[in-house]
Design a protein around this ligand. Structure first.
Ligand code: C5P
Length: 356
């Protein structure tokens, strides 16, 4: 984990902190340059590979999430785990630009590209293995919509971080396709289609705070929580969700004891909140250094420090007592730090996260 030289990188809509001279290398520190709970476009619009200088028909943002609590209740016969989790969107966002194109049977119904300056651009697929493509497809198949859609994705949310980035992109693509078609499909139906794409997708069609149950696809919207500051500390190494669930070691029918989700929910809605994540122990089994990082972060005086989802991001809520924490972390760890806030979107289903 020891690093060797200084590296400063600019991320879209964020500014890198200047690190002290010394043995510091691949740590990237980002800070919010916009007011809490507002999102700004994370990319200066470059020309599209496919569409050239033609401006997009629609540009939308797709937020990351953290799990304020995540209780695993039992393993089901279908191999998924029954859970109860309070999901909260945060202000770190991907951007998706969409072009609505005339029907043309000789052309693919949907297509996508990734901006070259996207985070991890070279690893992001643009074929059917990308959830954005599958979301656009599922919409066209179910509605018979014949107009084509091209999407340009600008990725700012790290992959394999437990932040739901791919799921948020898919939800945004479903919303965009619906909007471009004049809203023929209800929000409820979009959430069901989202559930077919991935357990977390439907959540991103909520307003930003929701209790998610089942395998994560059953959404109960909750009132927005205050826009508290949250620091996302993402090790360069990610964690695979199936690997973390597997390390939990449950057999079908096995239950996992723990706090009552109803009490946990109450704790967040009435006060400071009791942060719990049942996937921490298996994640630390897969990546033992992550527990050391979590323990170090707990020493800096945040209100709460917890892993998000199946990791590997550790999120820190509130402002720390230790002002120099970022430099201290950067001396030892290869991480990216994003200074963000809890966020939510308006009640109008036709609005979107951070949209003006
Ligand atoms: O639904 P999603 O594609 O996000 O799930 C990825 C994998 O994570 C699943 O194939 C499964 O191994 C695991 N998972 C689980 N229980 C859940 C959600 C995900 O076991 N509730």
């Amino acid at each position: 984990m020891k690093l060797s030289s200084t590296l400063l990188l600019l991320a879209p809509a964020v500014v890198a902190y200047r690190l002290p001279a010394g043995p510091v290398a691949a740590t990237r520190l980002h800070r919010l340059t916009r007011p809490l709970c507002t999102a700004s476009s994370p990319v200066a619009t470059a020309e599209s590979e496919l569409m050239g200088a033609t401006p997009p028909t629609l540009s939308l943002l797709a937020p990351a999430k953290v799990n304020l609590f995540l209780r695993i209740l039992r393993k089901r016969e279908d191999g998924f785990h029954e859970l109860s989790s309070l999901f909260q969107t945060v202000s770190l966002m991907d951007r998706l630009d969409f072009w609505s194109l005339p029907a043309d049977a000789s052309q693919p119904r949907c297509s996508m590209e990734v901006t070259p300056d996207s985070l991890g651009a070279e690893l992001i697929p643009t074929d059917q293995s990308n959830l954005v493509m599958r979301a656009l497809d599922i919409f066209a198949e179910n509605t018979g919509e014949t107009r084509r859609v091209h999407c340009r994705l600008h990725k700012a949310v790290p992959a394999q971080g437990g932040l739901g980035g791919g799921s948020a992109d898919a939800a945004t693509a479903l919303h965009a396709a619906n909007r471009l078609a004049g809203f023929p499909v209800s929000q409820e139906k979009l959430i069901v289609w989202g559930g077919e794409l991935g357990s977390d997708v439907g959540f991103f069609l909520s307003q930003g705070t929701a209790l998610c149950t089942g395998r994560g696809e059953l959404i109960e919207p909750r009132p927005p929580l205050p826009a508290r500051p949250v620091y996302l500390v993402k090790p360069l190494e990610g964690l695979s969700t199936p690997a973390v669930y597997k390390a939990l070691g449950l057999s079908p029918g096995d239950e996992l004891d723990g706090d009552d989700p109803a009490e946990l929910l109450k704790s967040f809605e009435e006060g400071e909140g009791t942060y719990v994540n049942d996937l921490e122990p298996p994640a630390y089994e897969v990546m033992p250094s992550l527990q050391t990082l979590r323990d170090e972060l707990r020493g800096y005086g945040f209100d709460a420090v917890m892993m998000s989802g199946s990791g590997s991001t550790i999120f820190c809520v509130g402002e720390p007592e230790e002002a120099e924490w970022k430099a201290k972390v950067a001396e030892k760890w290869e991480v990216e730090i994003f200074a963000e806030a809890f966020c939510s979107r308006g009640a109008d289903e036709k609005l979107w996260y951070g949209e003006e």
